[in-house]
Design a protein around this ligand. Structure first.
Ligand code: UD1
Ligand code: CA
Length: 452
């Protein structure tokens, strides 16, 4: 059965006290709404719709970056969850199968739960709702069940005392027959305590039309929504705890798990070793057997098998490290390919460069890639040996098996196998150091005498 995804993200999130739309706040290094999309991705949805309202343009940009195939639907005024879903009508025109509705501010929904909703849909139910039994039912919508059949959902504000006593609540996720969704949503009114178009009314309407509705139980932890900065920080702690546990489970060694921070999309291979105090920003893949030593920051990069990075290294977006590469302390790599077995061990900046196989960059090598306006590339050939403190003024090319002398400023290409030396020749002045020192000391003594 085809599936489609609608993620509701139009709410203002005023309790965040922020100029940034709520769903753009980051959890696990990615915007909040990306978590719902990632959970939904397991269903391989054909059409994906994000309903945006506040800060629509910003959210649109962030969404297009994450998922170029996503459609943005605008909800100019937030008149309720049913009204939000109605904005997805054009994007889902003619869609069949199942439409899943998720909230953009509810990041912990598990793909397994969505699969179980899909199964209930496949079993013939037209509307499937996620139910949970919270420790404190508080203000959640209550699920009125008749055996396995869901009769209706009543929002807390509209519920009678007897209905408020129901412990089984609406977790917020729905899976609805896509071909019927907008017909049902059109029938929803706003004659209720909040004056909102409640998506939850869809159940009663479907049942009145002879359609079938049921609930599938999820864990309370999955329903955790973010409304405040305090909730966001608690969610981050929870996300990190889950990510660390998953890494350990997958055969990654974490020497001090509580000091390692992952992003939502971090991928680490078996038998990789992550030392303490490492931060993974979004878009990082680390292959099997690599070691990330203490105090590294990685973002948008790839670390090949057997590579060793750090301590104190920074890999920025576009850093592509092949197998067995060594990146040492206080080294920054940006938008560069470092090929098999190459070494950049100390105090270097490599940006917009290709470093060939088994090349060795000495301490303090800098690719001078930026002229203030344009960025230029540096190419270093296989087995090249770059002397310490070489400045490579890009665009420039150092050939295979070529060398540069320490302190060289390389401004023109170095052919394969050549040695480039570009620095002033050294001159020794016999005895001058001692004579100069004696003169300076004598000057100092004379001045001290004057002031006393
Ligand atoms: C909703 C459910 C409630 C359920 C609870 C679970 C309804 C009417 N109620 O209540 O039964 O127990 O979730 O957390 O659906 N949104 C829009 N546009 C709108 C309104 C909301 O995009 O016009 C988005 C919000 O940004 C949010 C989500 O929909 O991501 C849920 O809205 P919210 O107002 O938080 O619903 P609840 O009152 O929590
Ligand atoms: Ca809510």
């Amino acid at each position: 059965m085809a599936t489609h995804l609608i993620v509701l993200a139009a709410g203002q999130g005023s309790r965040m006290q922020s100029d940034l739309p709520k769903v753009l706040h980051r959890l696990g290094g990615v915007p909040l709404f990306a978590h719902a999309l990632a959970a939904g991705a397991a269903l391989e949805p054909e059409r994906r719709v994000l309903v945006v309202g506040h800060g629509g343009e910003q959210v649109r940009k962030a969404a297009a970056k994450l998922d170029p195939g996503i459609t943005i639907a605008e909800q100019a005024e937030q008149l309720g969850t049913a009204h939000a879903v109605a904005q997805a009508r054009a994007a889902l025109a003619g869609a069949e199968g199942t439409a899943f509705i998720l909230y953009g501010d509810t990041p912990f929904v598990r793909p397994e739960t969505l699969e179980r909703l899909a199964e209930a849909r496949a079993a013939g139910h037209h509307v499937v709702v996620s139910g949970f039994t919270p420790a404190d039912p508080a203000r959640y919508g209550r699920l009125v069940m008749d055996g396995d059949a869901l009769e209706r959902i009543v929002e807390f504000k509209d519920a009678t005392e007897a209905e408020r006593a129901i412990g089984y609540c609406n977790g917020g996720i729905m899976a609805v027959d896509a071909a019927r969704l907008f017909d049902l949503v059109d029938a929803i009114g706003n004659d209720n305590a909040a004056g909102e178009y409640y998506l939850t009314d869809i159940v009663e309407i479907a049942r009145a039309r002879g359609l079938s509705a049921t609930a599938v139980t999820m864990d309370e932890a999955e329903t955790l929504g973010i409304n405040t900065r305090a909730e966001l920080s608690r969610a981050e702690a929870l996300f990190q705890a889950q990510a660390r546990a998953a890494a350990l489970e997958n055969g990654v060694t974490l020497v001090a798990p509580e000091t390692v921070f992952f992003a939502q999309d971090t991928m680490i291979g078996r038998d990789a070793v992550i030392e303490p105090n490492v931060v993974f920003g979004p878009g990082v893949t680390v292959e099997s057997g690599a070691t990330i030593r203490a105090f590294c920051h990685l973002e948008g990069c790839h670390v090949g098998g057997g590579a060793e990075v750090g301590p104190f290294a920074r890999l920025r977006p576009g850093a592509e490290l092949s197998n067995d590469v060594k990146i040492g302390n206080f080294v920054e790599i940006k938008n560069s390919e470092i090929l098999d077995g190459a070494k950049v061990n100390h105090l270097s900046y490599v940006g917009d460069a290709t470093v060939g196989e088994k090349a060795n960059l000495g301490a303090g090598t800098v690719t001078c890639n930026y002229d203030g306006v344009f960025k230029h590339r540096t190419q270093i050939g296989a087995h090249a040996f770059i002397g310490s403190s070489t400045m490579l003024v890009a665009p420039v090319k150092v050939g295979a098996h070529a060398m540069t002398g320490s302190g060289t400023v390389v401004t023109s290409d170095v052919p394969d196998g050549d040695l480039a030396i570009g620095r002033a020749r050294q001159v020794n002045k016999p005895g001058l150091a001692r004579r100069m020192m004696d003169r300076l000391k004598a000057m100092k003594a004379a001045r001290q005498k004057e002031t006393t």
